[in-house]
Design a protein around this ligand. Structure first.
Ligand code: IPM
Ligand code: MG
Length: 360
């Protein structure tokens, strides 16, 4: 029996609540599809920082690299400066493991707060450079001459692999949108556009366009159904994916995967963050985390299991089950129970340890 070694990093805030629920779904779908999963849970995050002075151990990235895949919750706590929590764990992991594609699928879901039109697109976010280079400084701190420099660094190779990865994900007949801002940022975004053109030349049968990020934001709200795959720099992709989650009706819905398709591992995470305002109440929406498990399964080649998970989530939402962020009353655990019952024809899986009975 194939068995996968999965690293689990619930992290901070609601990450502690949604990741265990996503793992229940992973267990259940593994049993039903006859593959094994061994979970190595890490206590990394802001509490770990308070105890050790680090968000993760020094060899933490190697631990993540050794796993077949990782499910990650969130980082961010009122007790720890957010640059420390972000750079100490997720941002450094993306860069050190060279997880250069951040895949963020956004599609309409049955949600009372959703946009109410059909859309299904993928944001491919460049994940290792651009605006997220940790280069710069703040000289003369506290003086009237204080200044700040945050250097944006794009490389042709970094842009190329992101855009190539996006072109490769455009469905037949679909449209690729390259997100730019070369009118105001002619150097970095000029390079982005030149590379986009060169990559597009290699894909003559894929329709593509170049659009300024502000116009993309507008079109995403006005007519989200027009998009299929968007490719954007690190910061633009970050912002547009939250906008996408807004179209879905809640930040709690959106899933993501940080991957390097050529080698290595993948880190899968809901995009919502630690949400300290609702943490500890048991009400966080687990859809983003559960659908991140679906992306993780897809990455591992377990496509059937991945589809089962997304379909069970869709059916749960279509049946009107909802967490408070979208006006419902289901708790995180109750919502997951409903997903599990829709995974199993017997409706009986409650802890993920049972093998589903196949009826023939
Ligand atoms: C995301 C988050 C992170 C990012 C934060 C936590 C640093 O917003 O994954 O979208 O900006 O990439
Ligand atoms: Mg974000």
């Amino acid at each position: 029996m194939t068995s996968y070694h999965i690293c689990s990093i619930p992290g901070d805030g609601v990450g502690q609540e949604v990741v265990p629920q996503a793992l229940r779904v992973l267990d259940a779908v593994a049993a039903a599809n006859v593959f094994g999963v061994s979970i190595e849970e890490q206590s990394w995050g802001s509490a770990y920082y308070a105890a050790t002075g680090r968000m993760m151990p020094e060899d933490g990235h190697e631990i993540v690299a050794r796993a077949d895949a990782t499910i990650f919750g969130a980082v961010g706590s009122p007790d720890v400066p957010d640059t420390i929590s972000a750079w100490g764990l997720i941002l450094s992991t993306r860069q050190k493991l060279d997880l250069y594609l951040n895949l963020r699928p956004i599609r309409s879901l049955p949600s009372p707060l959703g946009k109410g039109t059909d859309f299904d697109f993928l944001i491919v976010r460049e994940n290792t450079e651009g605006e997220y280079m940790d280069v710069g400084g703040r000289p003369f701190k506290g003086r009237s001459s204080e200044m700040a420099v945050q250097t944006v660094i794009f490389t042709a190779a970094g842009i190329e692999r992101a855009i190539e990865g996006a072109f490769g994900r455009v469905p037949a007949g679909g449209l690729l949108t390259s997100v730019t801002k070369s009118n105001a940022l002619p150097r970095t975004m000029g390079l982005w556009d030149d590379v986009a053109q060169a990559v597009a030349d290699r894909h003559p049968y894929v329709r593509w366009e170049s659009m300024h990020v502000d116009a993309v934001a507008f079109q995403m709200v006005r007519d989200p159904g027009r998009f299929d795959v968007l490719v954007a720099s690190n910061l633009f992709g970050d912002i547009l994916s939250d906008l996408g989650a807004g179209l879905q009706g809640s930040l709690g819905f959106a899933a993501s995967g940080n991957v390097n398709p050529e080698h290595g591992t993948g880190v899968f995470e809901p995009i919502h963050g630690s949400a300290p305002d609702i943490a500890g109440q048991g009400t966080a929406n687990p859809c983003g985390a559960i659908n991140s498990v679906a992306m993780l399964l897809d990455f591992l080649g377990e496509e059937r299991a991945a589809t089962e998970v997304t379909e069970a989530v869709d059916r749960t939402l279509a049946d009107g089950v909802a967490t408070p962020d979208v006006g419902g009353a289901a708790s995180t655990v109750e919502f997951t129970d409903e997903v599990l019952s829709r995974l199993s024809p017997a409706g009986a899986i409650d802890d993920g340890s049972q093998i589903r009975e196949e009826t023939s």
